[in-house]
Design a protein around this ligand. Structure first.
Ligand SMILES: [Zn+2]
Length: 505
């Protein structure tokens, strides 16, 4: 049968990992959400139909342990902590379309359905499992993962556990997963794909334990209530249950995911285990798993024990949201580890947001205020100026998830605009050639308009404030980034976009 291409917009489905709620959000959570938000906003900007999902992983045994420690009921504990993540999204101006909590009925039902489907198909069987178990990893770990007898990730001694359990026949899917990982963009960056590919090729896949017994918390195995569904089929399935799997319109429209944005510590789960579960369930695997790096603090891993913790909410309150979003997007090469420090955040803010972007806007709006009473007439576009606007390159970079490079390209244009003003010296023309003065101001403002539109995905608040100064209620789409679309207008009063940060931390 010939498939007829659907009319309308291209769809784009992006997810973050779902966060554990056993502790409050840290900088790493904020980093991932900001990146996903930039990508989601950008895809709306290029006129795609976007669905952006984030949420919380609440069925982990860790939550039960943490609740016990806090002396409250597990459900109350997760309800309370989940709200911290909802609030974080608000604080960061995250444009998620849905927020899934794995304790919600919609998730419980659909994840049970997947489990049952796999069991009925003979993809899940009952057996016994024993081994070293790390509660931090929520996983059995092998001797080679240990350093001085402790889990190297969690610095904790694992426990020896034996239990009756259900197993997913993952070994059966070795070839199919190799095939999945052979696809060029299945996992990005390329190095992360190779890592997974080589590991599966060398080790093959083993059957996977997908249930735990004798727990009081978590989603029950629907046909055997002594068992709870273990993290793989429970947590990972949020990406389809949030879409209303199996029957909802949304699922049919948005699946497969275009981008699962995750941290490098959970790459195996998303690039190997998850696609295997999906293939076994007759569901298409995701198009791309994008693996971002970790945010270190002064070169070291964030950790409570060393005191290297930065509260993202406090950071936003102190330095403003745009500076935090800008810093993450610009300073850390997407897909690699990066470093956070107050010094570099302030340097980026003062040197780029204030001195480059803020300066350009305030200079041009100021000149228009002083010499034109803020009244702007439509003029002819200056081709020489706009040939430096590299829209196609920016698009390409965003398509390749090169967020920091795209920002660099936008800022090169900002530099060019600042030089344009510097070289043309329009203030010297006010007595001799007002026509030319107005040409320069019009074109500079038109450039600022386009810059504000392009920056909307990255720093939405500043983008809105710039457009307000230009007195524009333009739709934020890439189609509006063509030069010459600025019409006659009366600017609003000049305001400082980015006041310089004088003190250090
Ligand atoms: Zn561990």
């Amino acid at each position: 049968m010939v498939k007829i291409a659907k009319k309308g917009k291209k769809k784009f489905y992006i997810t973050t990992a779902i966060d554990y709620v056993n502790a409050k959000p840290h900088l790493g959570h904020a980093y991932e959400k900001i990146l996903a938000d930039i990508i989601a906003r950008w895809h709306r900007f290029i006129d795609e139909d976007v669905f952006f999902l984030t949420g919380t992983d609440e069925n982990a045994q860790k939550n039960e342990q943490a609740a016990k420690k806090a002396g409250i009921e597990t459900k109350k504990f997760v309800d309370k902590n989940a709200q911290l993540f909802v609030q974080l999204c608000k604080k960061l101006n995250i444009s998620n379309d849905d927020f899934i909590r794995t304790t919600e009925e919609r998730h419980i039902k659909a994840s049970q359905l997947i489990f049952k489907k796999l069991f009925d198909k003979g993809e899940i069987y009952k057996g016994h499992y024993e081994g070293l178990y790390c509660y931090g990893c929520e996983n059995y770990i092998t001797e080679k993962d240990l350093v001085d007898g402790k889990c190297s990730m969690h610095d904790k001694e694992p426990e020896w556990i034996k239990e009756e359990a259900y197993f997913f026949k993952m070994s059966k899917y070795t070839k199919k997963i190799i095939k999945f990982l052979e696809k060029k963009n299945s996992v990005l960056p390329e190095g992360r794909r190779k890592e997974m590919f080589n590991r599966v090729k060398e080790e093959g896949l083993k059957d996977l334990c997908v249930s735990r017994s004798n727990l009081n918390w978590g989603v029950k195995v629907p046909f055997d209530e002594k068992h709870r569904i273990y993290v793989w089929i429970d947590a990972l399935s949020n990406y389809v249950t949030a879409l209303g799997y199996p029957s909802d319109k949304k699922f049919k429209k948005f699946w497969p995911a275009d981008c699962h944005l995750i941290g490098k510590d959970i790459n195996w789960f998303h690039s190997v285990i998850w696609p295997a579960i999906l293939i076994a369930s007759d569901i298409e695997p995701p198009k791309t798993v994008f693996v971002h790096g970790f945010v270190n603090i002064k070169g070291s891993k964030m950790s409570k024990s060393t005191g290297l913790v930065v509260d993202p909410i406090e950071l936003v309150e102190k330095y403003g949201l745009d500076s935090v979003r800008y810093f993450f997007a610009r300073n850390i090469p997407f897909g690699y580890d990066g470093d956070f420090s107050y010094e570099s955040l302030i340097e980026r803010y003062n040197g780029e947001l204030a001195d480059k972007l803020g300066n350009l806007v305030s200079r041009v709006v100021g000149l228009a205020e002083k010499y034109l009473k803020s009244k702007i007439k439509k003029k002819k576009s200056d081709e020489k100026l706009f040939k430096n606007l590299k829209l196609d390159l920016i698009k390409k970079q965003m398509e390749n998830y090169e967020i920091n490079k795209a920002l660099t390209t936008i800022f090169e244009f900002i530099d060019f605009c600042n030089n344009y003003i510097q070289e043309k010296k329009p203030w010297e023309l006010t007595k001799t050639n007002m026509e030319e003065f107005e040409n320069i101001i019009y074109n500079s403002l038109d450039a600022i308009r386009i810059i504000a539109l392009l920056l909307h995905a990255f720093i939405p608040n500043a983008s809105d404030r710039i457009l307000t100064q230009l007195n524009l209620k333009t739709e934020k789409t890439i189609d509006n980034c063509k030069p010459g679309l600025l019409k006659e207008t009366k600017l609003n009063k000049k305001e400082i976009l980015f006041a310089k940060i004088e003190d250090g931390k």
